[in-house]
Design a protein around this ligand. Sequence first.
Ligand SMILES: Cc1cc2nc3c(=O)[nH]c(=O)nc-3n(C[C@H](O)[C@H](O)[C@H](O)COP(=O)(O)OP(=O)(O)OC[C@H]3O[C@@H](n4cnc5c(N)ncnc54)[C@H](O)[C@@H]3O)c2cc1C
Ligand code: SF4
Length: 290
Amino acid sequence: MDADRLVGLAAIPGLASIEETSDGGLTIGAAANIADIAAHPLVRRRYTALAEAAGGLATPQIRNEGTIGGNLAQRPRCWYYRSPLIPCLKKGGDRCYALAGNTRLLCVTGGDRCYIVHPSDTAVALSSLDARLEIAGPNGRRELPIGEFFAGPGRDLLRENVLEPGELITRISLPADAPERSAYLKVRERESGDFALVSVATALTLDGDGTIGKARVALGGVAPVPYRAVEVEAYLLGRRANDVDSTEAAALALPNATPLPQNGYKLPMAINIVRRALDSVLGTDVEHRN
Ligand SMILES: Cc1cc2nc3c(=O)[nH]c(=O)nc-3n(C[C@H](O)[C@H](O)[C@H](O)COP(=O)(O)OP(=O)(O)OC[C@H]3O[C@@H](n4cnc5c(N)ncnc54)[C@H](O)[C@@H]3O)c2cc1C
Ligand code: SF4
């Protein structure tokens, strides 16, 4: 894909800052680099899933150079889409070449003529932490929850989000009352420099009596957008942490999945890492589990 003009964002003042807000939340400039986010003390302590997602993505070199805005807005990895020789539907062509070819890395839910998965690890973590995105463009600024930013092929085959021409992500906000404990797990083929086959971010708040007051479970690698496992969240919400059966909860992760010919393996993989991620966030709460 050729571009007539390249625009650099790195020199925009303030766009790379990571700052605690006066109410205890955090704002991250879209040009903040991924390694800085992974290393930030407040991110590590309070928004752990984001630190884990940022700290494990791609390679150290990419994390040192890549920005969170670019990570969220990156284009999909489908081999057919990436090949300049293949005019698939997502490039304005007339068919999905993957369907008749190799579907191993594609989605198991949410596909609609196109079956990409969203490649961003940070998007999955931010989806579990109630993040909001600020967007600026020719018509001013607007802010929206991250769940409204990503858009599947059913909405627009050519795009993966709601950015209009000329718009930029400028900031990512994490609220002070985001779920308190969180974790990010990712299954990939290679230890480094590899995208998720399946990933999960779980985030919970336990109330004083050990009841789960907030529950977010987001999956990557399974859908064209970060996928919220709302049935798992409903299972967890209002239940005492001691009473959670993580195997039972995880089994609810992808109730409407319709795998393609070569990616059925993603279902047991997703269920398994949801269970492990739940055990991880619940297992840290020693006093409530006695
Ligand atoms: C070998 C390899 C392995 C990788 N592995 C992973 C992985 O495991 N997990 C993962 O999540 N990512 C992975 N990536 C992707 C990588 O993390 C992203 O490409 C990187 O974060 C992009 O950052 P950038 O700032 O260089 O963005 P750019 O490459 O400059 O931009 C990417 C896209 O986003 C747009 N964009 C950039 N900033 C903004 C903004 N503020 N607002 C709107 N649009 C914007 C650009 O126009 C462009 O279309 C991998 C990449 C490579 C090459
Ligand atoms: S899955 Fe989407 S991007 Fe990949 S070949 Fe099919 S239409 Fe193109």
